[in-house]
Design a binder for this molecule. Structure first.
Ligand SMILES: O=C(O)C(=O)C[C@]1(C(=O)O)C=C[C@@H](O)C=C1
Length: 284
């Protein structure tokens, strides 16, 4: 029995991603909903428990809360799912200039800046999930609005006379990439990869000392090993002011994995802490 923890209530983009992932992972027999990303990540503590977390969005970049969970070192990434993300604005009034308050999820806000700028008078009420924004419409007073997943427009009460603006994300090509995680304690050894199978590897690299040329040095290890870096971000370690870690994603083929493992060993021997967040099958 494997359960997958998901940001709820049911109907979020996380839920869409979870169902997509479940289609190719028949061992998952239950989706369990939590009301914020922190609780989703903390819910996995033993074997047979997985969680799905949003990692990166086309328009608004990485999800800081997920990176914070990963940085704590208790989670291990085992898979991924990407879903298209479209939003609609629904308001309980006739015109945008009558909107007094907009319920919007914290990550959705950065994906719908154009429409939000068209309502400068409106106060933003930030929610933890898009379904919590949607649910606010049930008790909407005059002037209340919410940005909701576009596919939920058909779930609005037929009787309500809402103002609706479709496709309010700042790009039609908007997507969010999710990761599936398990507890580090439940980690199983890497499944065998065929030489031509594509993978992603995620890690945090933290230098033990600070000096000039440090990032150049780190990148050199990957470049010399011919490993393809997909993402690189620097962020505070959250332990000591002025100390930074580098979040790195590597993409490659199964045949590159031995070289990757050698590179990580060399980094460790050269005074870098390497937090291995997981290697998993992924298209790129
Ligand atoms: O609230 C949701 O629908 C979610 O699944 C969360 C989330 C996120 O935090 O990135 C997922 C996809 C969208 O980018 C907006 C919100």
């Amino acid at each position: 029995m494997t359960r997958l923890a998901v940001l709820g209530p049911a109907g979020t983009f996380s839920d869409v991603a979870a169902q997509q992932y479940q289609q190719t992972h028949s061992e998952i027999d239950q989706l369990v909903y939590y009301d914020n990303i922190g609780k989703v990540g903390q819910s996995v503590d033993c074997k047979g428990q997985l969680a799905i977390l949003p990692l990166e969005n086309t328009l608004d970049g990485y999800v800081e809360r997920t990176l914070t969970l990963l940085k704590a070192g208790q989670l291990h990434v085992v898979g991924t799912a990407t879903v298209p993300v479209h939003f609609a604005l629904v308001a309980n009034c006739q015109r945008l200039d009558q909107v007094k308050r907009v319920y919007v999820q914290f990550k959705t806000k950065g994906q719908c800046l154009n429409i939000l700028h068209q309502m400068p008078q409106a106060e933003l009420s930030i929610t933890e999930s898009n379904m919590l924004s949607f649910n606010k419409l049930k008790t909407a007073e005059f002037g209340d609005a919410a940005i909701i997943p576009q596919f939920h427009l058909s779930d609005l009460p037929q009787t309500a006379d809402f103002l609706i603006r479709e496709q309010v994300a700042d790009s039609l090509e908007n997507e969010t990439r999710f990761i599936v995680v398990q507890a580090v304690a439940a980690r199983v050894p890497i499944v065998k990869f065929d030489a031509t199978e594509t993978f992603r590897f995620l890690c945090y690299i933290t230098p033990n000392t600070d000096r000039s040329g440090l990032l150049y040095d780190i990148l050199g290890y990957f470049a010399r090993a011919n490993l393809n870096l997909i993402a690189l971000m620097s962020g505070p370690t959250k332990r000591k002011m002025g100390t930074y870690s580098f979040y790195i994603e590597v993409g490659g083929l199964g045949q590159h994995i031995p070289e990757l493992q050698k590179t990580l060993d060399t980094l460790r021997k050269n005074n870098y802490q390497v937090l291995d967040l997981g290697l998993f099958a992924a298209k790129f």
